[in-house]
Ligand binder design. Structure first.
Ligand code: IPE
Ligand code: IPE
Ligand code: MG
Length: 236
């Protein structure tokens, strides 16, 4: 059983394995993204129900643009459909939604819808859901370094004032600078450029389950395992 008093403050999920899930069924890869989006909704709302406060899901990386154009457009369509659905249901679901990543590449109706869902959900107090889109951990750190350099060049920041704490506040969000638990299904054991700065002391949970097969009980299991870990943060 999950101990509700000791929930991780911030959980990250690398939603991986959509393509293999589809291929195993003789379906085109995009069918896996469609199935994965459904699971994304189920897990996000389940996370809210069990009382999680911060969930960041990796939906599209800065490296995923290297996929065939057809697959990229399908993924973007699936993300837009997720936002459409959220725009229809946000009053009932009451989840605060934000996007994390270099969002400057998104334009037109997709960008308008992203802004709208962020705006209409910004005051919901329960779960904050960060959707990582065109996200890369290295890009995020470089973005923060550029901010610091810009302030320094204007004389507004002294080099010695740059500390892990102050630098962490220059990341895409100043209020989510550590992730406690990173979950990666699909069998891969790597970060793939996800929350590099924030995962300095994260606990990892891996599983061979492909993302479209991921169930609320798998999230439970990851949190139960997390609660058994001894987090020392370099101490004894
Ligand atoms: C994750 O599933 C979704 C995205 C990267 C957008 P994949 O598409 O990477 O699925 P696999 O890893 O090829 O099975
Ligand atoms: C990571 O998965 C990105 C997302 C899940 C959005 P990838 O499938 O892109 O990662 P690699 O290529 O296996 O490292
Ligand atoms: Mg993958």
């Amino acid at each position: 059983m999950i101990d509700p008093e000791r929930l991780p403050e911030h959980v990250g999920i690398i939603m991986d394995g959509n393509g293999r899930w589809a291929q195993k069924r003789g379906l085109p890869r995009y069918a896996g993204h469609v199935a994965g989006a459904q699971v994304f909704k189920t897990i996000a709302y389940y996370a809210r129900d069990i009382g999680l406060k911060n969930l960041t899901v990796y939906a599209f990386s800065t490296e995923n643009w290297s996929r065939p154009q057809e697959e990229v457009s399908r993924i973007m369509k699936v993300l837009e459909e997720f936002i459409d659905d959220a725009l229809n249901t946000f009053e009932k679901e009451r989840v605060r939604i934000r996007f994390i990543g270099d969002l400057s590449v998104f334009s037109g109706t997709l960008s308008e819808k992203m802004n709208r869902i962020v705006d209409v959900t910004k005051d919901f107090p329960g779960l904050t859901l960060n959707v990582a889109m065109n996200y890369g951990g290295q890009h995020e750190i470089v973005h923060a370094a550029r901010k610091a350099a810009e302030l320094a060049s204007k004389g507004l920041l002294k080099p010695e004032d740059i500390t892990p704490e102050s630098f962490g506040k220059m990341l895409y969000f100043d209020d989510c600078d550590a992730v406690d638990l990173v979950i990666r299904p699909s069998g891969e054991k790597r970060l793939s450029n996800f929350l590099l700065w924030q995962s300095a002391y994260a606990e990892f949970w891996y599983s061979d389950i492909l993302w479209p097969d991921f169930k609320p009980k798998d999230l439970d299991q990851a949190i139960i395992d997390y609660q058994k870990r001894n987090r020392r943060f370099g101490g004894v």
